[in-house]
Design a protein around this ligand. Structure first.
Ligand SMILES: [Zn+2]
Length: 428
């Protein structure tokens, strides 16, 4: 072979490899045997286990020496790595980027939808590369139904990204969201404004009809840039909103940070409350009784405080952070289930593990608790029985990391290998 031909062949092989790892265009291999150092199955760590993948599903999992090896199987050795279920991000906004780059107001008002979607495709790729194979994306924040197309593009293999649960536009009470520039000027809002039964029923049906997997409502919000949050929807409005979504088979999640907003959302029957900063022992007991989970988004509070100049350990702790610590303590004491999600978008996509790290480092959860939460726990809370565990017949959404993430949360920063639906998107 001439040098030219050899180089040409190398270039072609390189192009194919790029295609295979970058885009999901390549069909999954018939059968692949994964041989890591250990498998975390969503509950427990099993050293010496192996996983057999066929097509887009897991076929078998167990001790490597007892694993059936079909003829023609491709063996992928992952020495020294821990294999775990693909992580599930509980609260993202793929159509937002960090507020220290561009304020939320300016993103909603000044950025074109094309620009926001182009960014979102890069965000989706970074999320997947960080080991998050599913994300619950809780609102486009002014980008209309762009998440529907984004989800389709990922499903069709046009761009790499996590499997998405989407909320589309989300619902806010009329006049109770943002951006707000002046009382004299109406400007596009970050969510769909509704008041009263007719508008609520219509908007829920519109959003679900366009493709919302979950309906998101802002049960409270601040009325001015500096004012405190207040409950926005009445109890009757929230009840009707949840009933309407439920009859269409969709769960409702609520943004809420005031005790009264959280209480009304809980009584209405939402499934998760996002943020919950001002939660009291009483309201967390009510959530526990009603089976409502809390998605505390501690990383968003941390990021926003840092954007405002706070340096952990160097400057006095802002009230926001102290309040978060107290509400988290109360939630845990009441036994409220935690969804794991950081409100990523407020901070950089791909940095999703920040939420898990802070829950361990600042809020006293163990690495095993957050790892279970971000895999089998989130899968359970979000009604995704086909993922979140390493078990036969589940989707082959798998991640391999250096080290032991059941004892060291930082190991989740060392993602070496990512598979989604049997297709490899990242390798060492
Ligand atoms: Zn959010």
């Amino acid at each position: 072979m001439t040098l030219f031909l050899r180089l040409r062949k190398l270039a072609l092989a390189g192009a194919l490899l790029l295609r295979g790892t970058y885009l999901a265009a390549q069909a999954p291999a018939a059968a692949t045997l994964l041989q890591p150092a250990a498998v975390f199955d969503g509950e427990t760590l099993h050293p010496g286990w192996a996983v057999l993948v066929e097509g887009e599903r897991i076929r078998a999992v167990g001790p490597a020496n007892q694993m059936p090896i079909p003829t023609g199987v491709r063996i992928v050795a992952l020495p020294g790595l821990t294999l775990l279920p693909g992580l599930i991000e509980g609260h993202s906004h793929l159509l937002l980027h960090p507020y220290n780059e561009t304020s939320w107001n300016d993103q909603v008002l000044l950025e074109s939808q094309a620009l926001r979607v182009a960014r979102a495709t890069a965000h989706a790729q970074r999320t997947l590369q960080a080991g998050f194979t599913t994300a619950r994306d809780l609102g486009t924040e002014g980008a209309d139904y762009a998440d529907v197309g984004l989800k389709q593009a990922i499903e069709q293999g046009l761009i790499p990204g996590p499997r998405l649960l989407i909320a589309t536009r989300a619902l806010v009470a009329t006049g109770c969201y943002g951006p707000k520039l002046s009382v004299d000027v109406a400007v596009p809002q970050g969510a769909q404004e509704v008041s009263g039964p007719d508008e609520i029923v219509r908007a829920v049906r519109e959003q679900v009809g366009k493709g919302a997997d979950v309906v998101k409502v802002y049960a409270d919000y601040r009325l001015s840039a500096t004012g405190p949050a207040v409950p926005t929807f009445s109890q009757d409005e929230l009840n009707l909103l949840v009933t309407t979504a439920r009859s269409l088979g969709k769960p409702v999640v609520a943004h809420a940070s005031t005790p009264e907003g959280m209480r009304r959302a809980t009584l209405a029957g939402v499934e998760t409350i996002e943020h919950g900063d001002g939660g009291t022992p009483e309201v967390f007991r009510l959530m526990r009784q009603r089976g409502v989970a809390l998605c505390p988004t501690v990383a968003a509070s941390d990021a926003i405080s840092q954007y405002r100049g706070w340096r952990r350990g160097q400057s006095p702790e802002p009230e926001r952070i102290t309040q978060k610590r107290q509400s988290m303590q109360a939630a845990r004491k009441a036994g409220v289930a935690l969804a794991i999600g950081g409100d990523v978008g407020v901070f950089a996509h791909g940095d999703n593990v920040r939420e898990l790290e802070l829950l361990v480092q600042e809020h006293g959860l163990t690495p095993l608790e957050v790892l279970r939460g971000a895999t089998s726990g989130n899968a359970h809370l979000f009604h995704l029985p086909d993922r979140g565990r390493v078990a036969p017949n589940l989707l082959a959404d798998l991640v391999a990391v250096q080290g032991n993430p059941t004892t060291d949360v930082q190991a989740l920063r060392q993602v070496q290998w990512v598979m989604k639906g049997g297709v490899v998107y990242r390798q060492p």
